[in-house]
Write a protein that binds this ligand. Structure first.
Ligand SMILES: Cc1cc2nc3c(=O)[nH]c(=O)nc-3n(C[C@H](O)[C@H](O)[C@H](O)COP(=O)(O)OP(=O)(O)OC[C@H]3O[C@@H](n4cnc5c(N)ncnc54)[C@H](O)[C@@H]3O)c2cc1C
Length: 480
């Protein structure tokens, strides 16, 4: 098949999957008032492939395979990584700064599975390589949306899978049968699974030698018996696009993903008991996924700088010293992350079987720069904007003959600018930084793709302290 239309993508979601929203079973996710919004948002990845402006970026034309989505193109070099990054940024831009993610994250996991299966084959377990290849081809050829459930619910964070209040805080294998494995447990924060075809399940951490039952990776269709998706309720209220220009029509769903004794056929099992490979798989996925993460942040950072500049102009303060300083910091923030992505792609490492992995140090530095500065950037944009971000009028007030003229008269800014335009811009900034979508973006910044500490840990591990310390010793006149 190769490429699906947005309609084909939506039709496939009416498959009897077990999704709950606010305690009720959802018969059709595409028709649901909240999840349906997330479905429409996800269509962007399919629309880009049909859009002449993006076709070349979104589609790979292969003489043997025909046309297929670039997300499924295995990166081999710098240009492949940069094109992937550009596509991720372009789809997020079309999504008004909210990442689409239905192919981005799944392909990150597929690349990692290729790398780990290759290594497993070297260690005398050849079966995973063939299974991963076949599964990858299935997803690519059917143009699937694929979610990734990595984060376990974890219970006591100070403990591993064992010694917890119960045995299911980490997903585990409870039975091996002739036709496959049976798994029980729950993964949490699983983005987009309400509206993808498939889910790939990965271990969340390194495992100890007696954690075999928890060292498991596999894939399942979203509509699998026993797989229950408990959707998050965050930001579910109906919204007027005048007041909420982004979040009225853009949404991503997360789920508590419950595996209630679910059978996984052998051909979909990619790790089963190999404790030494669990951490390798978890970390390899993250190497790709943090590069995706920083790529999809770029439109958001551009918008923060652009919104601050535009509202400063409406407010007549764009030349004030402290405003210019804040604008310069916002520009530096955006440019730093952008530059690090570029450098991470250029300084990639090619690992077996010939896959280009973005530079791990630079990717983690980019992600940490982004995440640790996000709240400060939001504060600067709010500072430039003023308090109307939370005290502004409703859409109905603008439409009312009784109140509209007062708003037009008193909410103007610099001479020659329109009050309505100024309020529209403030509504955009409010939606982005001060409403439920703003809160979602702030938590997403801190936690998604790993918490701040996880990025710092990777940076510490990857930085070449030995060479740096040698240099210090050399200058101090210390002989080796
Ligand atoms: C919007 C959103 C979307 C997401 N999408 C996905 C997805 O699609 N798939 C997926 O698998 N995951 C997803 N995640 C999960 C994300 O990767 C996790 O939120 C992140 O890894 C943090 O885990 P946690 O939420 O359990 O927080 P915790 O791990 O509980 O972190 C809270 C704090 O505890 C600290 N901490 C945790 N463990 C320890 C320890 N042992 N010792 C000391 N300190 C510790 C952390 O550093 C942090 O400061 C998403 C998260 C968000 C917010």
């Amino acid at each position: 098949m190769g490429l699906r239309t947005p309609e084909q993508y939506k039709d496939a979601l009416r498959d009897g999957r077990e999704v709950y929203y606010r305690g009720e079973l959802v018969p059709d996710v595409t028709a649901h008032p909240v999840i349906g919004k997330a479905v429409n948002h996800a269509c962007i990845d399919y629309q880009l492939a049909e859009d002449p402006r993006y076709r070349e970026l979104a589609v790979v034309s292969d003489p043997e395979l025909g046309d297929y989505s670039r997300y499924y193109h295995i990166p081999r070099n710098t240009e492949d990584l940069l094109q992937r990054s550009r596509l991720i940024a372009a789809s997020t831009r079309e999504g008004a700064t909210l990442v689409v993610l239905i192919k981005e994250i799944g392909t990150d996991a597929l690349f990692a599975l290729h790398v780990v299966a290759e290594e497993m084959a070297k260690r005398g377990k050849p079966e995973y390589k063939e299974r991963v290849r076949k599964y990858y081809e299935l997803c690519r050829d059917r143009d699937y949306g694929v979610a990734v459930a990595q984060s376990d619910v974890k219970g006591d964070r100070g403990l591993g899978p064992q010694g917890q209040a119960h045995d299911d805080y980490y997903l585990r294998v409870v039975e091996e049968r002739a036709d496959g494995i049976v798994v029980r447990g729950a993964k949490t924060h699983t983005s987009v699974l309400t509206n993808t075809d498939e889910v790939i399940v990965l271990p969340t951490r390194a495992m100890k030698p007696d954690d075999g039952a928890y060292s498991v990776a596999f894939a399942l269709p979203a509509a699998t018996k026993g797989l229950k998706l408990l959707a998050s309720s965050y930001g579910g209220i109906p919204k007027d696009p005048f007041e909420f220009p982004i979040s009225a029509s853009h949404k991503m769903m997360e789920t508590l993903t419950v595996f209630d004794e679910v059978l996984v056929p052998w051909e979909r099992v990619f790790l089963n008991g190999e404790t030494e490979a669990a951490g390798f798989l978890a970390l390899t996925f993250v190497k790709f996924h943090r590069f995706t993460a920083v790529s999809y942040k770029l439109p958001l950072l551009e918008l923060l700088a652009g919104a601050a500049q535009a509202i400063a102009e409406y407010n007549g303060i764009e030349r004030a010293g402290h405003i210019r300083e804040k604008l310069t910091k916002l520009a530096t923030y955006h440019a730093t992350v952008q530059g690090l992505i570029f450098a991470a792609a250029h300084n990639h490492e090619v690992v077996a079987p010939g896959i280009a992995v973005p530079n791990t140090l630079l990717t983690n530095v980019a992600k940490y720069q982004f995440a640790s500065n996000y709240h400060t950037a939001v504060q600067m944009v709010q500072d430039v904007s003023g308090g109307l971000l939370v005290t502004g009028p409703a859409a109905e007030d603008w439409r009312s003959e009784a109140t509209g003229p007062y708003l037009e008269k008193y909410y103007g800014g610099k001479k020659g600018t329109s009050a309505e335009e100024r309020v529209r811009l403030l509504n955009l900034i409010s939606d982005l930084t001060a409403g439920d979508y703003g809160g979602y973006q702030e938590v997403l910044a801190v936690h998604a793709e790993g918490s701040l500490e996880a990025e710092k840990l990777q940076t510490y591990r990857e930085y070449d302290f030995a060479t740096a310390a040698d240099y210090a010793r050399e200058l101090a006149g210390i002989k080796k």
